[in-house]
Design a protein around this ligand. Structure first.
Ligand code: SAH
Ligand code: SF4
Length: 347
C-alpha cells in the first residue's frame, strides 16, 4: 500500500523520509509543496533529486478527491462536491466575506448525532474522513478559486461546520488542524480556524489540552430536555458539563466561544428561552450566533418570523451579551447550514 503524503503531519513526513533512508529535511521540503494547489505529481517537486522523485512515485501518492460538482450561488457562495476513493461524496462550501474567503470543511460522511433539523444528520453516519480527505478540501477550494478567478481575496478562515461532527473524528481532526495551521505549511491562524461541536465533553477537554483553536458550540436549547429531543446523541453530556468545559477552554485575550443556536419556530424561539439562555451563559466569555432554521421539505420545522428572530436577539443583547444573526449564504444551491448531504452518494 502506498502512503498518501497528504495524510501526514510535518513530523510524520520527516519520519517517513527517515524510513526511506533519506534526510528528515526532505520531509520539510515536501510539506511546503503540499500546500500548493497546482501540485499533483512528484515530478513538480523540482528541488528534490530525480532519483528521489522516482522513489516517491513507487512508495507514495498525492491523491486528491475528485471534484464531481461545482455549484455557484447568486450570492457568490460556491459548493464543491468531492468524490472520495470509495465513491462516497462530501461537500465543502466556499463563502465570500468582505475581505477574505471562509471555507466550511466536512469531517465525516454523514453524521451520527442525529440532529432533527439537519439533513446531514438524516443521512446517518457513513464513515470518518481521513486526514488527507480533510486537508484536501482546502487544496481543492484553492484550485477552484484559481480557476474561477476568485483570487482577489485570500482564503483566510476555516470553519469545521460542514458534514459531520468534527470531535467524533477527533484524531484525524487534530492532525488536520496541525497540518493546516503549521507556519511552514498552510499557516492558517488558529484563531481563524473554528471547530464546531454539539458538545462532546471529553473531546472538548482533549482539544483544550492538545491543540486549542477557536471553538463553537451548537447549543440550540437552554435546557437538557429540549436539547435531548433536538440532538439525540448528546444525552450523555448535560448542558452543565458542556458549559463547564467551555469555562475551562483556553482562550486568547479578548476571544470568545461562539454559541450556535438554530432558531426553530415554536420550539426554541420563545422569549423565556432567550432569557434562560442568557442565565446559563452568564460568566462565560461567549458570543451568541443565532441561525434561523434553513427549511427543507424533509425537515419538520419552520423558520421563525423576522420579528420573532429580532425579539430573541434583543433579549440577549439587553442582558449585555453579544448576539448576531447568521445570514445564511448559498441557500439556492443547498450550501447553507444543515443543507449538506452529498446528493450524489444517495442517488
Ligand atoms: N456537527 C457540527 C458542525 C456542523 S453543523 C455541529 O453541529 O456543530 C454546523 C451548524 O449548522 C450547526 O450549528 C448546526 O446546528 C447548524 N444547522 C444544521 N441544520 C441546520 C438547518 N437546517 N438550518 C440552520 N442551521 C442548521
Ligand atoms: Fe451532525 Fe452537526 Fe448535523 Fe447535528 S447539526 S447532525 S452534529 S452535522
Amino acid at each position: 500500500m502506498k502512503v498518501n503524503l497528504r495524510d501526514l503531519t510535518l513530523e510524520e513526513l520527516e519520519a517517513f523520509f527517515l524510513s526511506l533512508g533519506e534526510p528528515a529535511y526532505r520531509g520539510r521540503q515536501v510539506f511546503r509543496w503540499l500546500v500548493r494547489p497546482e501540485v499533483e505529481d512528484f515530478s513538480q517537486m523540482t528541488d528534490l533529486p530525480k532519483a528521489l522523485r522516482n522513489k516517491l512515485s513507487d512508495k507514495a501518492t498525492l491523491d486528491l478527491p475528485q471534484v464531481v460538482s461545482r455549484k455557484l450561488s447568486t450570492d457568490g457562495t460556491a459548493k464543491l462536491g468531492l468524490r472520495l476513493f470509495d465513491g462516497e461524496v462530501v461537500e465543502c462550501v466556499l463563502i465570500p466575506e468582505r475581505d477574505h474567503f471562509t471555507l466550511c470543511v466536512s469531517t465525516q460522511v454523514g453524521c451520527a448525532m442525529g440532529c432533527r433539523f439537519c439533513l446531514t444528520g438524516r443521512m446517518g453516519f457513513r464513515r470518518n474522513l481521513s486526514v488527507g480527505e480533510i486537508v484536501s478540501q482546502v487544496i481543492l477550494a484553492r484550485r477552484f478559486m484559481v480557476e474561477a478567478g476568485l483570487e482577489d481575496k485570500p482564503l483566510r478562515n476555516l470553519v469545521f461546520m460542514g458534514m459531520g461532527e468534527p470531535l467524533a473524528n477527533y484524531r484525524h481532526l487534530v492532525k488536520a488542524l496541525k497540518i493546516l495551521t503549521h507556519p511552514k505549511g498552510f499557516h492558517f491562524a488558529r484563531k481563524r480556524t473554528t471547530v464546531s461541536t454539539v458538545g462532546l465533553v471529553p473531546q472538548m477537554r482533549a482539544l483544550a489540552e492538545e491543540f486549542p483553536v477557536a471553538l463553537a458550540i451548537s447549543l440550540h436549547a437552554p435546557d437538557n430536555d429540549l436539547r435531548a429531543r433536538l440532538i439525540p446523541a448528546t444525552r450523555r453530556y448535560p448542558l452543565e458539563e458542556i458549559l463547564a468545559a467551555c469555562r475551562d477552554y483556553p482562550l486568547r485575550r479578548g476571544a470568545r466561544i461562539t454559541i450556535e443556536y438554530v432558531l426553530l419556530a415554536g420550539i426554541n424561539d420563545h422569549p423565556w428561552q432567550a432569557r434562560r439562555l442568557v442565565e446559563i451563559l452568564r460568566g462565560i466569555p461567549v458570543k451568541v450566533n443565532l441561525i434561523p432554521f434553513n427549511p427543507h421539505a424533509e425537515l419538520p420545522f419552520k423558520r421563525p418570523s423576522e420579528e420573532r428572530i429580532r425579539r430573541f436577539q434583543e433579549i440577549i443583547l439587553s442582558e449585555g451579551l453579544v448576539a448576531t444573526v447568521r445570514k445564511s449564504k448559498g441557500l439556492d444551491i443547498g450550501a447553507a447550514c444543515g443543507q449538506l448531504r452529498a446528493e450524489l452518494s444517495l442517488s
